[in-house]
Ligand binder design. Sequence first.
Ligand SMILES: NC(=O)c1ccc[n+]([C@@H]2O[C@H](COP(=O)([O-])OP(=O)(O)OC[C@H]3O[C@@H](n4cnc5c(N)ncnc54)[C@H](O)[C@@H]3O)[C@@H](O)[C@H]2O)c1
Length: 147
Amino acid sequence: MKLCMIGTGYVGLVSGVCFSDVGNTVYCVDKDKKKIEELNKGNVPIYEPGLEEILKKNYKQNRLKFTTDLKKAVSSSDIIFICVGTPTKKNSNSADLKYVFSVAKELKKIIKSYKIIITKSTVPVTTGDKIENILKNLGHKRFYLSR
Ligand SMILES: NC(=O)c1ccc[n+]([C@@H]2O[C@H](COP(=O)([O-])OP(=O)(O)OC[C@H]3O[C@@H](n4cnc5c(N)ncnc54)[C@H](O)[C@@H]3O)[C@@H](O)[C@H]2O)c1
């Protein structure tokens, strides 16, 4: 399958690399250009045992791609994973969901055909409904899955 990880941090990168290793083509997208440049040079920003080796193997075999081009990655993929951060808000115990909702708004502009969207970010109950509301009226059949 063709997969798109939006957010190439601990969760998006590790999941994306593992998905590519079982045969999927994976687009890892991040808005951090420097991170994407380094990943395209084979420089892994985090330490996870075995990650660098698996990443390099799948990158060479063209199953793993690192890009800032969200539109191309989403258009080329069947399944989209939202893996952006949800930091705790200042002076509150609740999660700041602005990055998740910002991705949903970007997806609404880009998506032109059927996609499965999965929220991998840690979010409170009802966030899936809010994302679905943002994506409403895409004008074609779609399916939404929450983590
Ligand atoms: N780190 C963990 O062990 C862990 C475990 C379980 C769940 N989670 C959850 O997973 C989510 C991601 O955590 P993480 O540790 O990978 O975060 P992270 O901060 O390491 O990575 C998030 C990435 O998303 C990118 N990003 C933000 N907005 C973007 C956008 N609009 N388009 C493209 N990229 C964008 C950031 O540049 C960053 O590289 C959080 O909700 C976290 O709570 C994390």
